[in-house]
Design a protein around this ligand. Structure first.
Ligand code: PLP
Length: 498
């Protein structure tokens, strides 16, 4: 039996290797069954608030519990409260594409459980991260300027929000060091620029680094410009701020916006940033993954003029959550603003200046061995496998888009760039008002999600309510997309007949 001894007086070794072997096998079997049955669960959890607090005891167990009964509890009580992001019928938000290789990498990194704040704390963790970041740099054809072989380098953060915070701090410290005498005064004058399509985590990150929400300019975009940030509008906003005595600090461009996957033109916008000595960060959280394909790489044209670039491998590169890859062109920008040097961490390797101490590239001191999982993924699937994985989703998205385009009741609201299709019900001809289209589209989404068989999310752009179909699940196949299409038609038939 894979259970802990019950008597409290008995010595309990929480890392007994034989118990570990038996119990881990049970968990692996449990998860294998979960993946084989995942399609049977409602994709979006249907529980009511408080469902778990009303069910589970309000104090921890006094006696150790056997793993078998714990797993039974997971099955009975926890799984109903899970929204199944790994379901092949999950089409919401952006994908979270898990893989066996990433899972096994997580097992290894958790198994070693190192705390790799600096090189000495686990040299392999730091060096594997450098290797993986350089592999990815090549795969994305990022300029050498971002490489450790130049003045740049890459680091793994857990989320894009963390990369925003760190690059904002780097930009802030750089700017303040240039205007040494008026530091205190300048802090309140720093301005961040983005578009109204930029992810809200930039707003949060700006607040964290002390930039007032009043000094974050979300420049309006339009449907007619495919929701791209317009260079002239950016220039005008910056010039107005300069005239008002404010200090432009940071520009965030997005390749693959959250709402509609719009892609800002990097080259021309970086030129504006350069004129005003603004730090330019390119956030390609979702779409950066697609840029490993030669046919999508053009979305990163101009990246050589940015200061930093990040994407989330945990969105679409077969890697589990918590893997944002960030590169900077000048690594000292990060280390100057984020370094700490306490006595208890001093060591010869750090003193030699021949090693990277990643604690100086991020918010926290302690860090997980994240490169292990991405290395496992890259080794296990190879460049060809990774490219094929993304191409398959793009093909399915094109297929879904083609089905929509031949049905006059629907409109594809923005051009599909990657594997997200944004559509709506066209307002009924006698009314033609957007409100009518919005109401119908919202009801269609609610009705589809209400079945529990599929799950999608929405966006509102220029007052148009759109359904986003995000195709990118590891288990999603063409048959799932076809089933979704059948359901969309069936529910639209019912809705439009009323
Ligand atoms: N940027 C974009 C374009 C996103 O779509 C997201 C999340 O979906 C983020 C940033 C925030 O990412 P994270 O949750 O890793 O901070």
């Amino acid at each position: 039996m894979g259970s802990f001894p019950i008597a409290t007086t008995e010595f309990l070794n929480p890392l007994d290797h034989e118990q570990f072997r038996k119990q881990a096998h049970l968990v692996v079997d449990f998860l294998a069954d979960y993946y084989s049955n995942v399609e049977k669960y409602p994709v979006c959890s249907q529980v009511k608030p408080g469902f778990l607090t009303e069910t589970l005891p309000d104090s921890p167990p006094t006696q150790p519990q056997p793993i078998e009964s714990i797993l039974q509890e997971v099955q009975k009580h926890i799984i109903p409260g899970i929204t199944h992001w790994q379901s092949p019928n999950f089409f919401g938000y952006f994908p979270s594409s898990l893989s066996t290789a990433s899972f096994l990498g997580e097992m290894l990194l958790t198994g070693f459980d190192i705390v790799g704040f600096n090189w000495l704390a686990s040299p392999a963790a730091t060096e594997l991260e450098i290797i993986v970041m350089e592999w990815l740099l090549k795969l994305l054809q990022l300029p050498k300027l971002f490489s450790f072989s130049s003045d740049g380098g890459g680091v793994m953060h857990s989320t894009t929000c963390e990369s925003f915070v760190c690059t904002l701090v780097a930009a802030r410290e750089k700017k303040l060091s240039q205007i040494e005498n008026e530091k205190g005064e300048t802090l309140g004058k720093l301005v961040v620029y983005c578009s109204d399509q930029t992810h809200c985590s930039l707003q949060k990150a700006s607040q964290i680094v002390g930039i007032s929400p009043n000094n974050v300019r979300a420049i309006p975009t339009t449907k007619s410009m495919n929701f791209q940030l317009c260079p002239d509008a950016l220039s005008r906003a910056i010039e107005a701020d300069v005239r008002a005595g404010l200090v432009p600090l940071y520009l965030c461009l997005t390749v693959g916006t959250t709402q509609t996957t719009a892609a800002d033109p990097i080259g021309i916008l970086c030129e504006v940033a350069k004129q005003f000595n603004i730090w330019c960060h390119v956030d390609a959280a979702y779409a950066g993954n697609a840029c490993i394909l030669p046919e999508f790489r053009h979305f990163l044209d101009g990246i050589e003029d940015a200061n930093s670039f990040s994407f989330n491998a945990h969105k679409w590169l077969l890697t589990s959550l918590g893997c944002c890859c960030l590169w900077v062109k000048d690594r000292t920008d990060l280390t100057k603003s984020l370094s700490t040097d306490p006595e208890y961490l001093k060591n010869k390797a750090t003193n030699s200046k021949q090693v990277v101490d990643y604690k100086d590239w991020q918010i926290t001191l302690s860090r997980r061995f994240l490169s292990m999982k991405l290395w496992m993924v890259m080794k296990s699937y190879g460049v060809l496998g990774l490219r094929e994985f993304i191409r398959r989703h793009v093909k399915m998205a094109k297929h879904f888009e083609a089905l929509l385009l031949i049905d006059k009741r629907f409109e594809v609201v923005v051009p599909r760039n990657f594997a997200i299709v944004c559509f709506r019900i066209v307002p009924l001809s006698e009314s033609r008002d957007e409100e009518n289209g919005n109401r119908l589209t919202k009801r269609l989404l609610e009705s589809l999600n209400g079945t529990g068989k599929v799950y999608m999310t929405h966006a509102v752009v220029e007052n148009i309510y759109v359904i986003r179909v995000a195709i990118g699940g590891t288990l999603t196949e063409e048959k799932h997309v076809d089933m979704l299409w059948d359901m969309v038609q069936e529910h639209a038939n019912t809705l439009l007949a009323c």
